[in-house]
Design a protein around this ligand. Sequence first.
Ligand SMILES: Nc1ncnc2c1ncn2[C@@H]1O[C@H](COP(=O)(O)OP(=O)(O)OP(=O)(O)O)[C@@H](O)[C@H]1O
Length: 209
Amino acid sequence: MVSTNIGLPKLPLLVICGPSGCGKSTLLDMLFKRYPDKFGFSVSHTTRKPREGEKSGHHYHFTTPESINEAIANGEFLETATYSGNIYGTSIKAVETVSNAGKVCVLDIEMEGVKQVKQKPGLDLILVFIKPPSIQTLESRLRSRGTETEESLKRRLSVCKEEIKYGEDGNFDIVIVNENLAAAYGCLEDFLIDELLKRNIDLEQPSVN
Ligand SMILES: Nc1ncnc2c1ncn2[C@@H]1O[C@H](COP(=O)(O)OP(=O)(O)OP(=O)(O)O)[C@@H](O)[C@H]1O
C-alpha cells in the first residue's frame, strides 16, 4: 500500500479496465485519434518483455523486477499488479505529468490495480469496464492478435471470468460490451462527453493548455 501524499491531479482520471483482448487499446486509440489534445496516456511501468514495435517510455517504461520493487517500496506508485508473471504499475509521476499538461489521464489497468486506485483518497475517477461479448470471442481475438503463446493465452483466459464478475458487480461507472467496435466506441464517447461536461470540461472546446 502506497502511503505517500499523492499530488492530486487537477483533472479526473479515466480508468479503463477489462480482460486482456477485450479491446481496451483499440477503443483508446480511437478516442485519442478523435481527441488528440484532451486525453493523455499515463505510461505504465512493466517488467514484461517489449512486443515487436513497442518503445520504452512510449508504450511502457520497460523495467526490471529489482528496479520496480525498489520504486514501489519508495512509495512512487499509485497502483501495481502482477499479471501473467509480470509486474505492471502506474507511477504517481506518470499520472501527474499528464494531468499537469491539461489532459485527462487515462489508466489502462488490471482489476487489482483498479482496486488499489479506488482506495486512494481524493482522486476524481471515471471508471469504465470493457466487457467482451463472450469468452469464446475473447479467445479468438487474442489468437488473431498473434501476441500470445499457448501458455500466456491460457493464463489470460483463466483470470477473465473473475475480472468480468468484478466488472459486473457495480465497481464501475459504466460497463460497455465491445461486440461491434463502432457501437462500443460510440457508447464510450457519449459517456465521456456527459461525465466531463458534469465537470465543466467540454471535449469540443479547444484546450486551455
Ligand atoms: N469489437 C471488436 N471486434 C473485433 N475485433 C476486435 C474488437 N475490438 C478489438 N478487437 C481486436 O481484438 C484484439 C484485442 O484487442 P486489444 O489489443 O485492443 O485488447 P486489449 O484489451 O487492449 O488487450 P490487452 O489488455 O492484452 O492489451 C485486437 O487484435 C483488436 O484488433
